[in-house]
Design a protein around this ligand. Structure first.
Ligand SMILES: C[S@@+](CC[C@H](N)C(=O)[O-])C[C@H]1O[C@@H](n2cnc3c(N)ncnc32)[C@H](O)[C@@H]1O
Length: 466
């Protein structure tokens, strides 16, 4: 006769037998994984594409969904291509290199449109062509990880591995500019020579039109000899070098050029640590389209919220009566103000405010604006819109005719779009922007216009050409 044992503490986790399955992939998730259904459960398959039949191995089981990896592709999608990067299968940086660039963009557009329709019941009146540029060599900012292995002294320089916080040794990254091929090997061999490489936690890369910069994040002061080794290495790539300590940023010896980029015939300066739109070519198109959609004229009073270093504000200021930019970072407010002065623009003013809290006592809020740009971080601007826009019990605030929303998170766009709709706005124009080709990251732009009567929504039919 068996006796029941009394068990104290947590029951031992039972090892689940992870089986192999054959699946038809129906869809692509927002983060770029193939989606299939099996026995009523959703399964996310890494690297699988819609239309494919794949043999998969379940890697993780959850209550409402499972995760799987491909064992074999039984029938491949015509949109599948061979990834161009030698590190693609292991690196966490790109998620969509196995999908043709035009199909990536088609996926991004339909993913946002579907989210807008299902989450917010929004169908844009007009869907404009996506903004796109080259799928490689586009990145003008990146964070490069550094880890010196204690036992061997080997230095790993690279990006996080896929689904892991561990670093992958990278020798070439093809979404960075071509002239930086060779940089990773040089960084690694230099960091292996310096005395206190363990003090460097990561490197921030920023690229201007004429030169770029690497900023080494340091936990302890680097010796003069280590600094000289870094400076010499950077000279080969004509890169400026900086050390970022808790006490502030210090330039490495030999720095000469200022960092800047041009947009709309203006020159915008930036410094290490500043926010820069990642893709220069798509950024130029985005600013041009923003100005076009806002139908700017010399009587407009424009409010640019989350204005950064003046990327939208300064080109726009040249076309309107007055521009006010608001930004949370003091440094960026100073940068935008300096950029206005350097470009002889005197009809704009920049204010520092935390836009996630109540804004009603701020001096810029008391003025009236007929056009507003919102370019929030991923969390979006729900509370800000509540505080900013008149309506729904809010008697103070703005009643602009146009609101241009730049979205780096489609769910935030859907949620905030729904709120704007409830405040009497209609999504008049929409487009996706291929700011981060080959990654699952989706950026979109939407123009909301104030309506007086109920809108007649039209079904969007524009498709992206292959
Ligand atoms: C997506 S960036 C856009 C910058 C600028 N519009 C551009 O195109 O370069 C978002 C900006 O919002 C600022 N920001 C983030 N959180 C904020 C907050 N709570 N209040 C005000 N600004 C904030 C950041 O400093 C950053 O400059």
């Amino acid at each position: 006769m068996s006796r029941n044992k009394i068990q104290f503490g947590r029951p031992k986790s039972r090892k689940v037998k992870l089986s192999e399955l054959n699946l038809d992939i129906d869809n692509l998730s927002l983060e770029g994984r193939g989606v299939a259904k099996h026995a009523g459960k959703t399964i996310f398959v890494d690297g699988a594409l819609p239309g494919e039949n794949v043999r998969v191995k379940i890697t993780k089981q959850h209550k409402s969904y499972d995760e799987a990896s491909i064992v074999d592709i039984q029938s491949a999608s015509p949109a599948r291509i061979t990834p161009a990067c030698q590190h693609y299968n292991h690196c966490g940086g790109c998620q969509l290199q196995h999908l043709a660039p035009s199909a990536q963009l088609q996926h991004k557009q339909s993913a946002v449109l579907s989210l807008l329709q299902h989450m917010a019941k929004i169908i844009p009146v007009e869907i404009a062509d996506p903004l796109r540029a080259d799928a490689f060599n586009y990145r003008r900012s990146a964070r490069i990880g550094v880890n010196r292995l204690s036992q061997s002294g080997t230095v790993i320089v690279g990006f996080r591995r896929r689904h892991s916080s561990k670093l992958l040794q990278i020798s070439k990254c093809i979404v960075l500019p071509e002239y930086l091929s060779g940089l990773f090997d040089q960084l690694r061999s230099t960091l292996e020579q310096i005395e206190n490489a363990k003090a460097i936690t990561h490197i921030e890369y920023l690229q201007g039109d004429d030169c770029g910069a690497l900023t080494f994040r340091c936990k302890a002061t680097l010796s003069a000899k280590s600094q000289a080794l870094l400076s010499n290495m950077l000279k080969k790539f004509k890169l400026q070098g900086f050390l970022r300590y808790d006490r502030g940023i210090e330039p490495l010896a030999g720095n000469s050029a200022a960092l800047s980029y041009s947009i709309n015939e203006l020159q915008l300066n930036f410094e290490p640590g500043d926010f820069l739109q990642v893709n220069a070519a798509v950024n130029r198109q985005m600013v041009d389209r923003a100005m076009d959609w806002l139908v700017l004229n010399d009587t407009d009073h424009v409010l640019d919220l989350f204005s950064g270093l003046g990327n939208f504000s300064l080109p726009i200021a040249n076309k309107v009566a007055q521009l006010v930019g608001v930004e949370g970072s003091d440094t960026m407010v100073q940068r935008a103000t300096g950029n206005a002065t350097n470009n002889n623009i005197d009809n704009c003013r920049f204010y520092q405010s935390d836009l996630s809290v109540d804004i009603k006592n701020h001096p810029w809020f008391a003025q009236s604006y007929n056009k507003i740009i919102l370019d929030p971080p991923r969390s979006g601007a729900q509370q800000l819109i509540h505080n900013l826009i008149k309506g729904n019990g809010n008697s103070e605030g703005q009643s602009p005719s146009h609101i241009l929303y730049i979205a780096c998170d489609p769910s935030s766009l859907a949620r905030d779009g729904q709120l704007l709709t409830s405040l009497g706005y209609q999504m008049q124009k929409f487009c996706v922007m291929d700011m981060f080709p080959n990654t699952a990251h989706i950026e979109a732009m939407a123009l909301f216009c104030k309506i007086t009567e109920q809108p007649k929504a039209r079904r969007a039919s524009k498709l992206i050409p292959h």
